[in-house]
Design a protein around this ligand. Sequence first.
Ligand code: AHR
Length: 306
Amino acid sequence: GSGGTDSAGTSGSGDKKIVMGFAQVGAESGWRTANTKSIQESAKEAGIELKFSDAQQKQENQIKAIRSYIQQKVSVIAFSPVVESGWDTILKEAKNAKIPVILTDRAVDSPDKSLYKTFLGSDFVEEGKKAGQWLVDQYKDSKDPVNIVQLEGTTGSAPANDRKAGFEQVVTDPKFKVIASQTGDFTRAKGKEVMEAFLKANPKIDVLYAHNDDMALGAIEAIEGAGKVPGKDIKIISVDAVHDGMQALADGKINYIVECSPLLGPQLMDLTKKVLAGEEVPARVVTEETAFTQEQAKQALPERKY
Ligand code: AHR
């Protein structure tokens, strides 16, 4: 979008208006929608002018957006990198233009940490471990093989890589067998489509591990369509704890959800002001999160904000 154009001008009071260019991943999930809302609302509250772009899950679009923010000489660039690799060139361009960059939600794999000021977001490995630990506990008394299918997030994204890795670190007993694993791109539609294919190819699926609620919700439709009962015939673990996911958990269709908070806006605005004031900020700010059983979801639902 095109925002105001006089943002680089200084006002009489000497206070320069902060302009943030934010390159969002897309609008692929309930999580993302809540995240966008959090960023837009908290920018407004903090008196920060926001230039916002939606990359529709394409790295090239994000790079274009960032390059345009550099040309517009924004005060700060924040973005949630759709995938982990391939950012060095554009981040160097920002650095050369002396525009600070803040990573939110997702990490980049660049070894040069001077390319961004800080990284605010969840510990996705920890989330994968929590998902795996629930599974291990659930089946601790069983010796039978447990057939697991996995719906992965966007290929190459930090949450997909890390949630898979964290899960594998904990789910080590050979009785657990991941019999199929494929990306559902963090969307409901893809989650449904891939789960339909999993169901056709595999007569015995005990557990679905979905890297987010939206894919789990799509998969629930596929499972019901195949005449099976989600949460019973096939146990479901997912990540996020957005409203629709929590509702499905409370209704018994999902068995366990690891929380991933999208409400990063207030902390992002706070870090932005500190960075621009030349204050020290921690290199990594980790979001605080929990996890929910079906009973806990019933209790938490009335007060959930998203
Ligand atoms: O990067 C966070 C992930 O992206 C969320 O878990 C998922 O729902 C979103 O699309």
